[in-house]
Ligand binder design. Structure first.
Ligand code: PEP
Ligand code: MN
Length: 365
């Protein structure tokens, strides 16, 4: 089912014709002044497309700053009017959706803590039904591709075709240089399952600090991800949430300016075909290695047999026959003579080494 979702490409519904789509703004809306100041500084640089701000903040423990609530939506309306940014807010309940709709918020995102709960995702998507508001779905905190996919499917089934996946890294119990290690194989697997889904990478929540933001942003571009969401505050040191990972608008600008955006390897059709061919190669290599393993096992048996019968390892006549025969067969299958000679020599050397070890009792076949 997933592979057939008719998700609308980013360039058809955003102003972004060339990646990356840039989403920036503070972790949380804290005050009208903070939002306006941050937005004003961001508006000095042309690269930002969407202004983000958390209004209701999911905190691990109670009694921490839990967001300013509905009042912040009015400030975001000002940001939109004064600076022309599209606005994006995290929604975690149907009530959030309703409040945002009433304040003309342009895009919603479902946070990592919410995506882990299909009941919540379902309720939110019911509230979204027929609104046509674009929705961004963060990966769940735990590295579970199906949960991520499932949330995307629920959004889609509510009638929204403007969907973006956000990769924000995954929780780990082990100590790690990242706050949420990126486990790139997961967003890549998502892309493989759902080639049409745009993926925006959130280096802020992956890194949890500011030092590695540029590196992760570049990596995201090199892996052909479609955009970046980076937490930005006019003065990160006084931020009420995620202070360690926020950067100023001008630091964001220098990170974005230093990005090298390489050409994509080709059209989606080209990519899909390439992925398909590579999968075939992977399978063949598996078989090849399995067969090589079997060959070496028999080589060991022969070695043991020769040892028991006190016969020398190197049997030149047999080897000359193998080379002649395999060259003929290999060339018949379109393989180059030089390549075959090298490969046979490698095989022979390894077989001799194995049999010598057996003779010296180092290997028990
Ligand atoms: C956020 O974007 O501020 C946020 C809470 O992110 P996440 O859901 O990825 O933890
Ligand atoms: Mn945050």
């Amino acid at each position: 089912m997933a592979a057939n979702l008719d998700i609308i490409p980013l360039y058809q519904w955003t102003e972004v014709k060339q990646r990356p789509l840039i989403i920036a703004g503070p972790c949380s809306a804290e005050s009208e002044e903070q939002l306006i100041r941050t937005a004003r500084e961001l508006s000095n640089f042309s690269s930002v497309n969407v202004f983000r701000a958390g209004i209701w903040k999911p905190r691990t423990r109670p009694n921490y700053f839990e967001g300013v609530g509905k009042i912040g939506l009015k400030w975001l309306q000002r940001v939109k009017e004064e600076f022309g940014f599209k606005t994006a807010v995290e929604v975690a309940t149907p009530q959030h959706v309703e409040d945002c709709l009433r304040h003309d918020i342009d895009m919603f995102w479902i946070g990592a803590r919410t995506v882990v709960n299909p009941f919540s995702v379902q309720e939110i998507t019911e509230a979204l039904r027929n609104t046509n508001v674009p929705v961004m779905v963060k990966n769940p905190i735990n590295p579970d591709l199906k949960l991520w996919l499932g949330a995307i499917e629920r959004v889609y089934q509510a009638g929204t075709k403007k969907i973006i996946a956000i990769h924000r890294g995954f929780y780990t119990i082990n100590k790690n240089i990242f706050r949420n290690p990126p486990l790139w194989e997961l967003p890549i697997a998502l892309k493989r399952t759902l080639p049409q889904i745009p993926i925006v990478v959130d280096p802020s929540h992956i890194c949890g600090n500011t030092e590695m933001l540029a590196h992760i942003s570049q990596k995201a571009m090199d892996l052909e991800m479609d955009g970046l969401m980076i937490e930005t505050h006019y003065n990160p040191s006084i931020a009420l949430s995620d202070a360690e990972q926020q950067i100023t608008p001008s630091t964001l600008n220098s990170i974005l300016n230093s990005l090298v955006i390489r050409e994509r390897a080709g059209s989606p059709e080209f990519q899909n075909k390439l992925i398909e061919l590579r999968e075939q190669i992977d399978e063949i290599d598996q078989e090849l290695l399995e067969i090589l393993g079997k060959r070496m096992k028999i080589v060991s048996e022969i070695g043991q047999y020769k040892k028991e019968h006190k016969i020398t390892i190197l049997q030149l006549k047999r080897w000359s026959y193998i080379v002649e025969d395999r060259l003929k067969t290999g060339m018949y299958h379109g393989l180059e003579k030089q390549f075959l000679e090298k490969m046979l020599e490698l095989l022979h050397t390894e077989s001799m080494r194995l049999q010598t070890d057996i003779l010296n009792n180092e290997v028990i076949p």
